[in-house]
Design a protein around this ligand. Structure first.
Ligand code: SIN
Length: 445
């Protein structure tokens, strides 16, 4: 098992997110990996060696905290290999604004997405990107992200797996509207530990024609360049799928689109970014918990190996939103239409309206529908749940929906299995999992 050395000798293995890394941000917690840090070319710090401790100071901050390290043979090998030989990266294009064409160079919001072939986009960042990696391209599709179907998601997983048989990493370009769903789907289904990086753009690439001049301030070229650079570096080996935009990369599970038009639209509320790319420096600040299993590939991989099920096994799974006096009819209609799983985006810690609650009980009883309860607040956890109602933790509704769909495909109608997978895969923690409250003495029974 890979070992995560915690930032502080606290006794629990959960890495501190940057946002929580000390009082008022006074402490910097950095997972320093690779040649940009003080950790040497191997990218990992051997705590038994005489290498100096990894530190990262913040101007004006008093204490300096030793950064956590990923101690995994597989991770180290991947990062070392990337530094020693030029990696192979395959870019799979699916369309979106990054492949968009606007009427003029100053049309930032008026354009047609999914126009430019991925080979043309990569061609326009050559020869520079060729110095980082041997880049090949696959045109999976070329349209807006929202139009993709679940059967196409199933095919996309196969395309990524096929590319990773020979490539060291994959970049997938998509529209940003549902990029977080593309990303989490791949995170849940790709069985390879190699880096998968999603990217796109908030501004169209070209003006006039597919090979026209670049739109003023187009973010696509830099995002594509950085995404290839990140995949080539192997610094997210075993991280699962990550999403890279605006010089920052995020865990697929956590990230969400927060603005219709801003370049910094992708945010990971509560936890913050995994890391960032400042020119040639790729800095990894924290890691998804699954990296802990990096040296045991079978534990690292999810059970959702799509090569073992037909696409038809993926059941219809929907989302229902809660609001003041929300009616129960949508739940009833979905159940009657054959929907097997429903995620509720409830108020506060997952509340549903009275009519929704009654419809939910009936749908579970009469149709065996499995529910996952999430919150419309966008952050914070939903706990509890029983029977056919599974608590989604802090999964966003659109992420919980994909996990519920996969759970019900691999264990049809099984609410207990869904509960287990939502709790473990969907809400992974570093082990040993301990709460500070465990230190509070309890009276013996
Ligand atoms: C889309 O999601 O395809 C359009 C919006 C975008 O790419 O930013």
């Amino acid at each position: 098992m890979a070992v995560i050395t915690p930032a502080r000798p606290s006794g629990y293995g959960r890495l501190l997110p940057l946002a929580a890394a000390g009082t008022a941000g006074a402490l910097a917690v950095a997972l320093l990996l690779g040649p940009t840090g003080t950790t040497g070319a191997t990218g990992t710090r051997d705590t038994a060696s005489t290498a100096p401790p990894v530190t990262d100071a913040v101007v004006g901050a008093a204490p300096v905290v030793q950064g956590p390290t990923v101690q995994s043979a597989a991770y180290t090998t991947a990062v070392q290999a990337a530094a020693a030989t030029k990696p192979k990266v395959t870019v799979i294009g699916t369309g979106g604004t990054i492949a968009g064409v606007a009427p003029t160079r100053s049309d930032f919001t008026n354009y047609r997405a999914g126009q430019i072939p991925i080979g043309t986009l990569v061609g326009q960042i050559q020869p520079e990107v060729g110095a980082l990696a041997d880049v090949s391209t696959v045109q999976f599709g070329n349209s807006g992200s929202g139009g993709y179907t679940i059967p196409q998601f199933y095919e996309l997983t196969a395309a990524v797996e096929a590319a990773l048989r020979t490539a060291d990493g994959v970049v997938v370009t998509t529209g940003t509207d549902t990029m977080e769903e593309f990303a989490y789907w791949l995170d849940l289904t790709v069985q390879s530990r190699k880096p998968v990086v999603l990217t796109g753009a908030m501004r169209p690439w070209a003006a006039g024609t597919v090979d026209g001049p670049q739109v003023i301030g187009a973010d696509g070229p830099a995002n594509l360049f950085n995404a290839i650079s990140l995949a080539a570096s192997q610094k997210t080996f075993c991280f699962g799928t990550v999403l890279m935009l605006n010089d920052e990369f995020h865990a697929a599970r956590d990230v969400t689109k927060t603005s219709t038009t801003r370049m910094d639209t992708f945010q990971t509320r509560e936890l913050g970014v995994l890391g960032w790319i400042d020119g040639p420096a790729i800095r990894v600040a924290r890691a998804p918990a699954r990296v802990e299993q990096c040296d045991t590939p079978r534990s690292w991989a999810t059970p959702f190996d799509l090569s073992t099920i037909p696409v038809t096994a993926l059941p219809r799974t929907e989302i229902v939103y809660t609001y003041q006096q929300a009616g129960g009819e949508p739940i009833t209609a979905f159940a009657q239409a054959g929907v097997k799983g429903i995620v509720t985006a409830g108020t506060g810690a997952g509340g549903v309206s009275g009519p929704q609650g009654q419809a939910r009980t009936a749908a579970a009883r009469d149709f065996g529908v499995v529910f996952v309860s999430t919150s419309r607040t966008g952050s914070g956890s939903v706990t509890g749940g029983s029977g056919n109602v599974v608590a989604g933790g802090d999964l966003l509704a659109q992420k919980a929906r994909l996990l519920l769909m996969l759970s019900l495909a691999f264990a049809p109608g099984d609410a207990d299995k869904a509960r287990q997978w939502v709790g473990s895969i969907g809400n992974q923690e570093f082990v040993p999992v301990k709460s500070p409250r465990d230190r509070i003495p309890r009276p013996s029974a």
